[in-house]
Unconditional design. Structure first.
Lengths: 376, 529
């Protein structure tokens, strides 16, 4: 994996420096006029294709991406999905070159790369990033055979992406501070006086925003606003992410928190079940608090290896890959017939709301709402 | 590193020839111009993206109460951390350079070592140990503990280098030791302290990892959030970055003014004597306790935290080949980054050290301004420029090194400027008068004289490159990973124990160059600049 090392004899560095210098000079002379218009998007990004570059000669030597390989931008972690890509290569003989970063960063990068992206497949941690790319015209429609493997509520209506795993919203609580009977029955209960200063939330986190988006879509903007204002009035504690909330609840800093279900299982796998105090409470009320978001996969419109891209998507929906997700991540496999991890309630029993995940691309409205009420 | 006062030149008997010598050479200027335009690439990108935005939305985001609060927090944090770093940095430098403190060399090394601890590692270590540190106070303390070496190193170099004659004159005129320190010594180290403070302020303004872990919402956090919340709409991140650039420009200009016009040069010719050593006596014990406390907090807490995670976690299956692979990639990237950055810094630093006027100044300041833009913006701008204008370089090693150069140019420029300013220009004139061509003078006189300082600057860039995460993630060749990106990979699945070995190796590898910088700073009297 370390191609970089052998490409660095001392003489090469000097040439590199020269090339880099020439690159800068070209840029400063060329300026940056006449670029493609509007916001970042994949449409019409071709305009700059021919702009001269002082380093064209470098191209032969520094090939950024090997054309022989399928390029995957993976918003899911190497620890987790790395073995799956390897298994795919073993089964199909298709070499995969994977770029790991968080989903939003990769979505931003893909939008910036536009039509020149080296990526063929994008694997995302959440539906929002997939929605942004679909909106930017970066994705192709998947075939019905692929889409039909997954229930309609867990894929894009336009067929641009397909869900791989489900991630349920839950309430995490500390049984030393609160008994199971006292726990909220719905999201509104979270803002009861008894929880003043005792609720951990992560308003900057996509999963929280997806949940608020669900309130907006299901119950209207006013309901979403009053829920958020309730959190502010009730002095909800703000954390950076789900993990931090879990830690806080586990340590007893706050009594309850709003997170995704699998974080607790990951922590238990890391430190041992006996060392985790915090427990899960599923609302199971058909409301936004029972939302099941997805991680999903899509094929880039510019994929130059479309067939292999489709093969990878097929593979990720195969029984072995879905089982792997279920066992390793404690998430819900979305292909029917693949069993969930033992300690989880069934996906159907969660009573997830009737909600089109494609609506998560209205996340911007939600984040503005969150800003307005002064959260995060 | 040797950020030391610019020496004014000895009176020149032939003013006319002096003016001729001062004519700014065209080649050097052109080179500096190229480097400066590289440094402002992120700004060009921001300007380009800003041009595509809807003006109403821009005004709305820029005047949002929330944006202004974030701005205020960024400024407050930068001011407090800079002030704190000044106190710790100048204080430890004075103790190391001017007193008879026991174990002086040890303290010299310990004062430089926090450089090896990435602020996100320190922040994580603190919040895991003491959850109450979240918020402004904690963020300020953690950043001060990580950043004060940026002040310590240049100030200690100056304290060892300046002529004690001024101080002696002051003392012989009946001024007390404390008053002499305040009136004379502090004035002498002012340029070095200001240069170090600038680096601290810029670092704090652009840092994301530590403030987000410590839950203090600065402008950088706002930029990252708005970017991750909706990658499709660039309005908020672009506008907020614009605000950040504005603050940075003010800071950079302010620093230039704070250097003042005082005279800091040596009196007369010959070599400076080492300054007189202050006998600490009864003050020794409390000072030692203070120094130990600072080092304990800056180095001990992260060390204990890493050790704890190494011991407790079950995910710590030591992936030795993985660690060695990531470590060698890190070292190669960082070394390449140091070389490229230092080479690029040469024309800007030399021009600024040898020539006055608006042009050299502008070039030097330009090299600084891009530094405060957060990594994600630098990375996106390079994605944009590479994809559109130099696709062959996209996601290749040269582009990663290039990103390091954009990010860390100020560290190298400051070092080159200071060390070139310390070597007398008269030697270059002699070489010129003997018929050497300018490039030959550069190669045979200027660079060898300034070499130790330039090397120290390169080492600083090396350390910073080792710790860099965001730009590396976006720009490194697909399939490679560094210690920092591996650390990120592991922590994002909460596999802290698996992350700990990467963090430990990262800190240990960075500690070697930091140790060298510290050892150099503790060398008594003669030796390097």
């Amino acid at each position: 994996m370390l191609r970089t090392q052998r490409s660095h004899p001392p003489g090469r560095r000097v040439r590199t420096a020269v090339a880099v210098g020439a690159f800068g000079l070209t840029l400063s002379l060329a300026g940056c006029g006449g670029e493609d218009a509007e916001a970042a998007s994949c449409a019409g990004g071709d305009t700059a294709g021919g702009s001269g570059s002082g380093s064209e000669s470098e191209e032969a030597e520094v090939e950024p991406v090997d054309d022989a390989q399928l390029v995957v931008y993976s918003g899911r972690n190497e620890e987790l999905v790395g073995p799956l890509y390897e298994q795919f290569t073993d089964e199909t003989g298709v070499e995969v070159s994977v770029r790991y970063a968080d989903s939003a960063t990769l979505a931003g990068q893909l939008l910036e790369e536009g039509s020149r992206t080296p990526a063929d497949v994008f694997l995302s941690q959440d539906a929002g990033a997939l929605g942004a790319l679909a909106k930017g015209g970066c994705l192709v429609e998947l075939s019905d055979e692929v889409l039909d493997q997954v229930p309609a509520e867990y894929r894009s209506d336009d067929g641009n992406w397909v869900g791989l795993t489900g991630r349920a919203r839950v309430i995490i609580y500390n049984p030393d501070l609160v008994s199971e009977g006292e726990l909220p029955d719905s999201l509104e209960d979270v803002n009861d006086e008894q929880w003043r200063g005792q609720v951990g939330i992560a308003p900057g986190n996509a999963s929280f925003q997806a949940m608020v988006t669900a309130i907006r879509v299901l119950d209207g903007e006013d309901a979403a606003r009053s829920f958020l204002e309730g959190l502010v009035d009730n002095d909800a504690e703000i954390y950076e992410g789900n993990g931090a909330i879990l830690d806080a609840v586990d340590a007893g800093d706050v009594a309850i928190g709003l997170i995704n279900h699998y974080y607790r299982f990951e922590l238990a796998a890391e430190v041992g079940e006996d060392n985790v105090t915090a427990q899960l409470h599923y609302l199971q009320d058909g409301g936004a608090g029972s939302l099941v978001n997805v991680s999903g996969v899509a094929q880039l419109a510019q994929a130059d290896r479309a067939e292999d891209a489709q093969a990878l998507i097929d593979f990720l929906l195969s029984e072995s890959a879905q089982t792997y997700f279920a066992v390793e991540t404690y998430e819900y496999p979305l292909v029917e017939g693949v069993p969930v991890e033992d300690s989880l309630p069934d996906l159907d029993s969660l009573e997830a709301p009737e909600f089109d995940l494609s609506d998560l691309d209205s996340l911007a409205v939600t984040t503005e709402l969150i800003d307005e009420v002064g959260l995060s | 590193m040797t950020l030391a006062p610019t020496q004014t030149r000895a009176p020149d008997p032939v003013p006319a020839s002096r003016r001729a010598r001062r004519r700014v050479p065209v080649g050097l200027s052109l080179a500096a111009l190229v480097v400066a335009s590289i440094a402002v690439l992120p700004l060009l990108y921001l300007a380009f993206r800003a041009g595509q935005l809807n003006a109403d939305r821009v005004a709305e985001v820029a005047t949002r109460v929330r944006s202004l609060e974030q701005l205020g927090r960024s400024v407050l944090l930068a001011a407090v951390v800079t002030a704190g770093s000044l106190v710790l940095g100048v204080g430890s430098a004075w103790v190391v350079a001017r007193t008879d403190v026991p174990l002086r060399r040890l303290w010299a090394v310990l004062a430089a070592l926090p450089l090896a601890v990435p602020t996100y590692v320190a922040a994580y270590a603190w919040i895991a140990a003491v959850p109450e540190v979240a918020g402004f106070g904690g963020a300020a303390c953690v950043l001060i503990l990580c950043c004060y070496p940026y002040v310590y190193l240049p100030v200690v170099a100056t304290l060892r280098g300046v002529d004690p004659a001024w101080e002696e004159a002051s003392r012989s005129a009946g001024v007390g030791p404390l008053a002499t320190f305040l009136r004379v010594t502090l004035r002498q180290i002012r340029p070095a302290a200001a240069a170090g403070s600038l680096l601290v302020a810029l670092y704090v303004l652009s840092d994301f990892g530590s403030v987000s872990i410590l839950r203090y919402e600065t402008l950088t956090v706002g930029i990252y959030r708005s970017f991750t919340n909706n990658p499709f709409d660039r309005t908020a991140p672009v506008v907020l970055s614009g605000l950040l650039v504005l603050v940075t420009a003010i800071v950079v200009i302010g620093e230039a003014r704070s250097r003042g016009r005082g005279r800091y040069s040596r009196l007369g010719g010959g070599a400076a004597r080492p300054a007189q050593v202050v006998r600490l006596g009864a003050r020794c014990a409390p000072l030692l306790a203070g120094m130990a406390a600072v080092s304990g907090l800056a180095l001990g807490v992260p060390a204990v935290s890493l050790a704890y995670w190494l011991a407790v976690g079950q995910s710590a299956t030591l992936d030795l080949p993985g660690i060695i692979g990531a470590a060698s990639t890190s070292v190669v990237f960082a070394a390449g980054g140091a070389v490229v950055t230092t080479l690029l810094a040469l024309p800007v630093g030399l021009l600024a050290a040898r020539h006055a006027g608006w042009f050299p100044r502008l070039m030097e300041r330009a090299a600084y301004v891009g530094h405060a833009v957060p990594g994600v913006v630098v990375a996106l701008s390079l994605v944009f420029f590479a994809v559109n204008y130099a696709f062959g370089l996209y996601q290749s090693v040269p582009l990663v090194l290039f990103a390091y150069a954009v990010l860390f140019l100020p560290l190298a420029v400051a070092g080159v400027h200071a060390s070139a300013a310390q070597s007398p220009p008269d030697l270059e004139e002699v070489a010129r008068s003997l018929g050497s061509r300018p490039l030959e003078v550069l190669r045979r006189v200027t660079l060898p004289l300034a070499a130790p300082g330039i090397a120290a600057a390169a080492v600083l860039v090396f350390i910073s490159s080792m710790k860099e995460l965001t730009a590396t993630l976006m720009l490194q060749p697909t399939g490679t990973s560094t210690l920092a990106t591996e650390l990120w990979t592991q922590t994002s699945t909460r596999a802290y124990a698996a992350a700990a070995p990467y963090a430990a190796v990262l800190v240990l590898l960075s500690a070697v160059p930091a140790y060298l910088l510290g050892r150099r700073s503790g060398r008594w009297g003669g030796g390097g600049t």
